[in-house]
Ligand binder design. Structure first.
Ligand code: SOE
Length: 383
């Protein structure tokens, strides 16, 4: 009989929906050492909360997150709320002896992230952060190739994460555009992802030089929100207090150079999370919008056949891929969360450190904060 692990999810909009799907599916595609129970869904408004719980498969609902954190039946607290409540909930959960799985970025500030890491370490609870893109088969394949030396010495990391969902000046002032709620804009939201991928694939960043910019300074105040990124616009205007685009140069500790570009104004790019890595023996290119593929340039190939090959990471030998469908039957965005939870629950059951975790979230926040300081000072900043 497998040990039951009861999960309490705080928040049920976009990330709550993605996490709910992953909790529901992970035991159906991976042989886990524990039985995952979707115990309690927590949100502020009773009606929509109950409808969401019914739709997404949660056993109970609760409108007060503190009651979920204090519930002795709960083993894991999943923090899927806007960034301004990550620290309070995660620290309370750690103090209550719960494992904490938190969305990115870890906190809205470096101080919050440090306090969250200190709390989970002090209370010796398991912790994880939802940097899900590491768990795309093609990304984990790139990691394997780098570890096997297939790219040789790494010279360049070229990361871009481009969206365009707020390029319309009439798009309302949702929480992601308010500093007190989100901590930062494009920078903490999606630069955080390519910083995590760079740390995962290349290594630690030593020094940065950044530029944050806001194109549209005022927007209609937001009304009712949806479970994606949208909301209804009201008649009044409010100030945008975060960046719309965030770019920076980076020097890695291992000598590689990096460029990072995150924007929500890259008109035509919807969720264009792309990286290119150039090494002495070859290069790889990943693009989330074609997430089952990895482009690979093998510099040792004979000149007559030089060129980027297109690996389709859906073979049984590729990370995670064998848990789903026969070769060529591709997977999607939602599977990166399922893969992350499969690794998380396996490590959790074995009392091993989950990867990625709050240390990754804290190291990520150190880079985010250094880039913000650099943008203000117009100088290079050491991490
Ligand atoms: C919006 O930019 C967003 O939902 C991010 O918050 C997520 O982390 C990313 O995976 C998709 O886009």
């Amino acid at each position: 009989m497998k040990r039951k692990v009861n999960v309490g999810l705080i928040g049920y909009q976009f990330m709550g929906k993605a996490h709910s799907n992953a909790y529901r599916q992970v035991g159906r595609f991976f042989d886990l050492p524990v039985e995952v129970c979707m115990h309690t869904l927590c949100g502020r408004t009773e009606g929509p909360l109950k409808a969401a719980a019914e739709k997404m498969g949660w056993e109970r609902t609760e409108t007060d997150w503190r009651k979920v954190v204090e519930n002795p039946a709960i083993d894991i607290i999943d923090v899927s709320t806007p960034g301004d409540s990550h620290a309070e909930i995660a620290i309370a959960a750690a103090k209550a002896g719960k494992a904490v799985f938190c969305e990115k970025p870890l906190g809205n500030t470096l101080a919050e992230s440090r306090a969250m890491l200190e709390a989970v370490e002090a209370h010796q609870v398991a912790h994880a952060i939802f940097h899900n893109y590491r768990k795309a088969p093609a990304v984990s394949l790139a990691k394997q190739m780098i570890q096997e030396g297939k790219l040789g010495t790494i010279y360049h990391w070229r990361g871009t994460y481009l969206q365009d969902w707020i390029a319309d000046p009439n798009f309302p002032l949702v929480w992601r555009l308010q500093k007190e709620k989100a901590g930062s804009g494009t920078h903490g939201d999606i630069n955080a992802h390519i910083i995590d991928l760079a740390r995962f694939l290349i290594g630690e960043i030593e020094e940065v030089s950044g530029l944050l910019h806001t194109f549209i300074k005022k927007r209609p105040i937001a009304g009712e929100i949806d479970d994606k990124l949208g909301a209804k616009a009201s008649g009044q205007m409010g100030d945008v207090t975060v960046d719309d685009a965030a770019m920076f140069l980076a020097k890695f500790k291992n000598g590689a150079l990096g460029t990072f570009e995150a924007s929500r104004f890259a008109v035509g790019r919807k969720n264009y999370n792309r990286f290119e890595i150039n090494g002495s023996k070859g290069s790889v290119v990943f693009n989330l919008e074609r997430m089952n593929e990895l482009e690979y340039y093998d510099n040792s190939a004979p000149e007559s056949t030089h060129g980027f090959t297109l690996i389709q990471a859906t073979e049984g030998v590729h990370p995670y891929a064998g848990h789903y469908w026969p070769v060529g039957h591709i997977i999607g965005y939602e599977h990166t969360f399922i893969n992350l939870l499969a690794d998380a629950f396996t490590a959790y059951a074995d009392n091993r450190a989950i990867s990625p975790n709050f240390v990754d979230g804290f190291e990520n926040q150190k880079v985010l904060e250094a880039v913000e300081r650099s943008s203000e000072s117009k100088c290079w900043v050491k991490i």
